[in-house]
Design a protein around this ligand. Structure first.
Ligand SMILES: [Zn+2]
Length: 93
């Protein structure tokens, strides 16, 4: 197992995405999730780090209040934009 370069923002957005989308009653199919995720990540500055072997990302000391607020508001904006133009087709949701 080797070290990996990881975008911490992507992990945070990925974690917060689904609960927020569910809370806002928008479609949570894979396409919509990806659209919201991509939108949010484009708004947020990437935070890359190298994972030492076996390190848990939850130990990265980046979870400050302002950081969370930024992640949340980027996702909310993504949900607003995506829910206005859902592009899923043939989806039975
Ligand atoms: Zn959808």
């Amino acid at each position: 197992m080797s070290e990996k370069v990881v975008n911490f923002m992507e992990i945070c957005v990925g974690d917060a995405l689904l609960p927020l989308m569910r809370g806002m009653n928008v479609c949570t199919c894979e396409l919509c999730q990806n659209d919201v995720k991509a939108f949010a990540l484009n708004l947020l500055p990437p935070k890359y780090f190298v994972t030492p072997r076996g390190m848990l990302y939850t130990k990265i000391p980046l979870l400050e209040h302002q950081f969370n607020v930024d992640v949340m508001s980027a996702i909310m904006k993504g949900i607003e934009v995506v829910s206005g133009k859902m592009r899923h087709e043939g989806n039975d949701l």
